[in-house]
Ligand binder design. Structure first.
Ligand SMILES: C[S@@+](CC[C@H](N)C(=O)[O-])C[C@H]1O[C@@H](n2cnc3c(N)ncnc32)[C@H](O)[C@@H]1O
Length: 432
């Protein structure tokens, strides 16, 4: 059926099903698929509903599959992958607490709109059963590929259950306040005046957590650049760098620009170069800087090949916010658990160590390099720092305080969900 002839209720279920189908069955990234699908829906409330359905379905995928295994002789597969996606979208709506009648009617109509009128009765029966019996509970570890669950167990034996549980929950919405437009307290007052409940976290100086997430354009001052959306764990990278005023800084893996913007909001006099290897992500980063009114030297380049872009003047500080497995932010990117392969880790390790080795000579003596990731795997974090220190005689690990999370001996690890934050790793190295 043509999308323009569907009711909005059916169009949202069809859109959610199609997004889920390609993410679950064709290896496509959630972010890119949503970005392509959402503009077809005119009403922002419909777009928000599709996002809510899709994120819930991916976070609860193991549980929804357990329900299908229980209630169907043969769970849908192959050409019926779209049916699986539709049923997951249906279950997600129960989880979101949508009214039963609207939920069932719209999802059954979506089966017809997807060219599956012969399966409309089945969809109705399964959704009604979920309503009657409730969805089965499964161990949160079931969502993780076995090899990755095993690595987490090895690296974080005492925290494994908490990591899996936190990764299955939606993360809170954190804002970063731009000091250009006033203090964090001024902005908190503005939220209070607008009837928006929010709180702060000692140690994360610019961060505010909203009690309930809002669409970004409903966040006071977002469009004017007064605030940005950024997890408090990511904001702490600026604290780990703790830059001198006007420092010459390289942000080597900068796109989409969240941390670059934070550094410049704190000190617009920084002489900062922002690189990223991906030209499309550099363009996104430039859009972010335009919203915030920041002038930045942002370039598409391979940071590990300084001969291609470096002017020969050394930096006071370097940030490597390295490409990584993203295992610390599964709650925000649930498709990480679908797409990550074991071989990726070794490939990422190679890029991470190449970046550190290539950029260290660009630092002045006495300068500092912060290595950060949104991974919780020791292989990408403490092991990287330890082996770098072993092969780099003039590198010295500097201590960070307990506010950066667990001390691994080679950098600090924040685990997902702790103090409401994403999983993140920070290590600060000083050049002797
Ligand atoms: C974790 S993301 C950076 C997030 C960013 N710092 C922020 O706060 O918005 C890692 C980035 O590294 C980039 N990247 C990967 N390899 C690179 C390389 N050799 N040189 C420069 N950038 C690279 C990726 O394109 C990706 O945008």
């Amino acid at each position: 059926m043509n999308a323009s002839r569907m009711s909005p209720g059916v169009a949202t279920r069809v859109a959610a099903t199609r997004v889920l189908d390609v993410v679950l069955h064709r290896g496509r990234s959630l972010k890119a698929t949503l970005a392509a699908a959402l503009p077809a829906l005119a009403d922002p409330r419909d777009r928000a509903l599709v996002e809510a359905i899709v994120f819930t379905a991916l976070r609860q995928q193991a549980r929804f599959d357990a329900a299908l295994a229980l209630w169907l002789d043969k769970p849908p597969a192959g050409r019926d992958g779209e049916l699986r996606a539709l049923l997951h979208a249906g279950f997600a709506q129960w989880e979101l607490g949508l009214p039963a009648h609207a939920l069932v009617a719209a999802t059954v109509d979506a089966a017809r709109a997807l060219g599956r009128p012969h399966q409309a009765g089945l969809v109705n029966a399964i959704l009604r059963r979920a309503q009657r019996e409730g969805l089965p509970e499964v161990d949160a570890a079931a969502a993780w590929p076995q090899w990755l669950a095993e690595r987490i167990r090895q690296d974080w034996p005492g925290d494994t259950d908490a990591i899996f549980a936190a990764s299955a929950q939606a993360g809170p919405m954190w804002l970063r306040v731009n000091p250009r437009d006033g203090s964090r307290d001024d902005y908190l007052q503005r939220l209070t005046d607008a009837g928006i409940d929010a709180s702060v976290l000692p140690g994360a100086a610019d961060a505010i957590q909203l009690a309930t997430p809002l669409p970004v354009h409903d966040v006071p001052g977002f469009d004017a650049g007064t605030v940005s959306v950024q997890d408090a764990a990511a904001q702490r990278v600026a604290d780990a760098l703790s830059l001198a005023k006007g420092a010459r800084v390289l942000d080597a893996c900068a796109a989409p620009g969240g941390k670059t913007a934070h550094l410049l909001e704190r000190d617009p006099t920084l002489r900062l170069t922002a690189l990223d290897i991906d030209p499309r992500r550099v363009r996104r980063m430039q859009d972010t800087f335009a919203r915030l009114g920041l002038q930045v030297d942002a370039r598409a380049a391979d940071a590990a090949q300084p001969a291609d872009w470096w002017d020969g003047k050394r930096f006071d500080a370097i940030l490597i916010d390295a490409p990584c497995s993203a295992t610390g932010i599964v709650r925000r990117q649930p498709d990480v658990l679908l797409h990550r392969r074991e071989a990726d880790i070794a490939a990422l390790n190679k890029i991470q160590s190449e970046l550190m080795d290539a950029l260290w000579p660009l630092l002045i003596p006495g300068g500092k390099l912060v290595y950060a990731t949104c991974s919780i795997l020791a292989a990408e974090n403490a092991v990287q720092v330890q082996t770098f220190l072993e092969r780099t005689p003039d590198a010295v690990l500097q201590s960070l305080d307990a506010g950066f999370g667990h001390d691994t001996g080679f950098g600090h690890q924040r685990l997902p969900g702790e103090l409401g934050m994403d999983g993140f790793f920070y290590a600060r190295l000083r050049k002797a």
